[in-house]
Design a protein around this ligand. Structure first.
Ligand code: UDP
Ligand code: MG
Length: 170
C-alpha cells in the first residue's frame, strides 16, 4: 500500500453545526497524520477552481455558494482545510466520509450521520475528501503553498518575487 496525501475540507455546514471536533475524532480512526491545516474564507475564484469538474452541472452556482458559506454568513462562512497523509489514505478517508449523497451514505459515516439535502437539492455533506491521487495533488496545490505543509510532498522550486505590501504584527 502506498503512502498518500489528500485534502479534507470541513465545509461551512460542518462549521455552522459545530461539528469540527466530531469530524476530526471520526477521521482519527484512520490513524493518519495531519501535515497541513488552516481556516480559509473561500473566494468565488477558489470555489470555482475547486469544483471545476462540475462547472456544467445545473447546481454549480449553488455549489459555489455552498462552499463559500453564503447560506450561513458570518462567522460560519469559512472552511477548515486539512492535508492528511498515511497508507492508503484516500480510500480509507473516503470510507469514513461516506457516499456523496448523505441519504445514501452509511449512517455511521460522517456524511450519513451529519449531512442533509437542501430544499434546492444540494447535497450538504459536511466534508470534502479528495477522491484519487491526481485530484488530491491538484487540490492540495490549489489550497496550500509548499511552506504551509510540514513536508515538501511535491517537487518545489525557489523563485524571486517583487516584494509587495504585507500585513505584519504591530
Ligand atoms: N453535489 C451535489 N449534487 C450532486 C453531486 C454533487 O450537491 O448530484 C455536491 C456535493 O456537495 C458534493 C460536491 O458537489 O460533495 C462535489 O461532487 P463530487 O461528485 O465531486 O462528490 P464528492 O467527491 O464530494 O463525493
Ligand atoms: Mg469529488
Amino acid at each position: 500500500m502506498a503512502i498518500e496525501q489528500l485534502l479534507i475540507l470541513i465545509k461551512p455546514d460542518g462549521i455552522k453545526k459545530s461539528l469540527t471536533g466530531n469530524i476530526l475524532t471520526k477521521l482519527s480512526e484512520a490513524r493518519m497524520v495531519i501535515i497541513g491545516a488552516k481556516v480559509v474564507k473561500v473566494s468565488k475564484e477558489l470555489a470555482e477552481q475547486h469544483y471545476f469538474h462540475l462547472k456544467d452541472r445545473p447546481f454549480f452556482g449553488e455549489l459555489v455558494d455552498y462552499i463559500q458559506g453564503k447560506l450561513y454568513g458570518e462567522p460560519y462562512d469559512r472552511v477548515l482545510a486539512l492535508v492528511y497523509q498515511g497508507e492508503d489514505a484516500i480510500t480509507r478517508m473516503r470510507t469514513l466520509a461516506g457516499a456523496t449523497n448523505p441519504e445514501e451514505a452509511d449512517p455511521v459515516s460522517i456524511r450519513g450521520a451529519y449531512g442533509r439535502i437542501t430544499t434546492k437539492g444540494v447535497y450538504e455533506n459536511v466534508v470534502h475528501c479528495s477522491s484519487d491521487m491526481s485530484e488530491a495533488e491538484r487540490e492540495i496545490k490549489l489550497w496550500f503553498k509548499p511552506e504551509e505543509i510540514v513536508k515538501y510532498i511535491y517537487p518545489t522550486k525557489k523563485i524571486t518575487v517583487e516584494k509587495e505590501e504585507e500585513i505584519v504584527w504591530e
